[in-house]
Design a binder for this molecule. Structure first.
Ligand code: FAQ
Length: 315
């Protein structure tokens, strides 16, 4: 088959909802787009452990500490499934990690904001995991098989994360005046950065059109962002708190909430590495990687020992 026929039968498979698997023929740009998105997603999970890890030693009770440790461990697991899915596209994990640590690879803008109070743990769970899950439910049906399968498992855990975040804020919202103020302050700080997680508006999104044709993405950035605003604008009523947007208003004609303009200059600034915590995050990741070198060496030595032992037994 010539390249034209290969591309045609590839698109036909996508249109018929047949998953693309690692050994199938795929256009080079499809491979690269998936690799870019899956590895960025994996990096986001791993870097996303940092702002929450910050609160493990300061969680207000043993129960809250145990829940937070479990959540942060879940994020590590998500990163690992996603690195494995990305590896099926022909790049090594070492290469991906190197790209993250050198600052070459992107990860979600949201993790470059600081977690200043305990209420931030609730806001991250409710808003950040809430935004992540809307995006990820769509990705359970993405066209690349290993990515879609990883997402099914991730989504189950992510929905639990969102509920625990909401519950944390619900407790604070029923607490003392200080606790209520802390809750409102965290919502104020995390609202706009959470909206930015969905990426630039559709008119500025360089990858969306092709990714939608290939069914890597099933919904556009703006569609998902609107879905998120509609969901959160209702849920916040249960907390008795407000969202920091004077333009947020139900639009009866559109059957959606209208909302204010995002500060896109801030978004691109963070994406380019100049957010409040970008440098700090990369320093922390590099330090953890260097300090973990002996664990990787020990695991490799142990695996080698087991292989040698098996060889002796067979002989
Ligand atoms: N931050 O053309 P588009 C989580 C870049 S997981 C930084 O629209 P695309 C779990 C984009 O890469 C959160 N960069 O791009 C958790 C592109 O640059 P490139 C992560 C961004 O790919 C919770 C350029 O802008 N989730 O939170 C961002 O079609 C709590 C143009 O953009 C995923 O990664 C951004 N926000 O759509 C963990 C989901 N947005 O690469 C711990 C999978 C855009 O061409 C604690 N990813 N850019 O140089 C996706 O669905 C997509 O990649 C989008 C962006 C929707 C993020």
């Amino acid at each position: 088959m010539n390249i034209h026929d290969l591309e045609k039968s590839f698109q036909d498979k996508i249109d018929r909802e047949i998953k693309i698997e690692p050994k199938d023929w795929m256009p080079e740009a499809y491979r690269k787009t998936n690799l870019r998105q899956i590895s960025q997603h994996a990096h986001s999970e791993i870097v996303g452990m940092l702002p929450e890890g910050n609160w493990i030693s300061r969680a207000p009770s043993l129960k809250r500490k145990a829940i937070l440790i479990a959540k942060v461990q879940d994020e590590a697991g998500h990163g690992l499934y996603l690195y494995s899915a990305a590896e099926t596209l022909g790049t090594s994990r070492d290469q991906m990690i190197e790209d993250l640590h050198s600052g070459k690879a992107k990860y979600s803008s949201i993790f470059n904001y600081p977690t200043l109070t305990w209420a931030d743990m609730g806001a991250v769970g409710w808003l950040v995991d809430g935004a992540a899950i809307l995006n990820q439910v769509m990705l359970c049906r993405t066209s690349y098989g290993p990515y879609a399968r990883a997402m099914v498992r991730i989504c189950k855990e992510e929905s639990f994360h969102q509920r625990q975040g909401f519950e944390t804020l619900l407790v604070l919202s029923k607490g003392t005046a200080e606790q209520r103020a802390m809750c409102q302050d965290a919502i104020n700080r995390w609202w706009w950065p959470s909206l930015m997680m969905f990426g630039p508006k559709d008119s500025e999104s360089t990858n969306s059109d092709q990714s939608i044709k290939w069914k890597i993405k099933r919904k556009t950035n703006d569609e998902l962002r609107q879905q998120f605003v509609d969901m959160i604008a209702e849920q916040i009523k249960l907390l008795g708190m407000t969202l920091p947007d004077k333009d947020l208003k139900w639009n009866e004609e559109r059957k959606h909430y209208d909302f204010g303009e995002i500060n896109w200059e801030e978004f691109w600034n963070v994406v380019k590495g100049n957010g409040p915590c970008n440098k700090q995050r990369l320093v922390a990741r590099n330090k953890a990687h260097d300090e973990g070198a002996w664990v990787r060496a020990a695991a490799l030595a142990y695996a080698q020992k087991r292989t040698d032992h098996k060889k002796v037994k067979v002989a």
